[in-house]
Write a protein that binds this ligand. Sequence first.
Ligand SMILES: NC(=O)c1ccc[n+]([C@@H]2O[C@H](COP(=O)([O-])OP(=O)(O)OC[C@H]3O[C@@H](n4cnc5c(N)ncnc54)[C@H](O)[C@@H]3O)[C@@H](O)[C@H]2O)c1
Length: 247
Amino acid sequence: MHFGGKRVIVTGGASGFGRAISQGFAGRGAHVMVTDIDIDGADAVAADLDGALTFRLDVTDEDAHAELAQLMADTWGGIDIVATNAGFSHRAGYTLNVPTDEFDLMWAVNTRSIYFAVKHFTPHMPPGSSIVSTASIGGKRPRKGFTPYNASKAAAIILTRGLAEEFAPDIRINCVAPVASETAFFVRATGSDTLPEPLKESIIDGIPMGRMTDPIDVANAVMFLASDEAGFLTGVCLDVDGGRSIS
Ligand SMILES: NC(=O)c1ccc[n+]([C@@H]2O[C@H](COP(=O)([O-])OP(=O)(O)OC[C@H]3O[C@@H](n4cnc5c(N)ncnc54)[C@H](O)[C@@H]3O)[C@@H](O)[C@H]2O)c1
């Protein structure tokens, strides 16, 4: 896969999957705008990449999306690929223990952000462009402890499919559905500073491929969906789950 000269936005690019996605595109020749609410983290990622810039994008902020769209137009003349990847989860547990403000924030970060990205970025995206969102396998096959989070990702998957039809044939819109990965987001959701070993073992037990997701697995799937090689794929949600959702 080659992305020479492609103009890419990555949200949540400071850490975990977003960092791997930023590194993947930049390593294949793209101009990458590494964005995150954590601008210091985004700057640190971009510092190691050729041709990367950064922007502080809080994906719950509509005006910031409009500003970034203008910046992309002014700097690189448009946008070819958007990876809407930033995400947030409540602490694992029963739904009724999730505070209402966290429930709303999660919906805004995981789902409404896709609407903002499509609304503000697509006017600058030429035919042949593509958007790839990071959903979750929980959005297809929910498990206990993450019901509201899983619902927000299920909505992201349906949004992807509906938007894919609306924007075809000009812009392809797809998403990926990873299983658990030991990133900051997931560890925080379990309520600890590090993933407890017994929990890790029980997660791995349920994954036929015998390990959790590595951020590079997600980056590879996102890059494939964004590539010319996937030119006939739209409305797809690609499982990156080592077989977890088979049974
Ligand atoms: N880690 C997992 O187990 C897992 C599994 C399936 C899906 N996901 C999804 O993968 C995506 C990336 O998560 P990750 O696992 O790499 O976690 P991570 O914590 O390593 O990265 C998430 C990034 O999103 C940023 N972010 C949070 N709120 C934001 C906001 N309002 N605006 C902009 N940026 C914001 C954070 O600063 C962070 O850099 C998320 O959408 C998450 O829901 C994660």
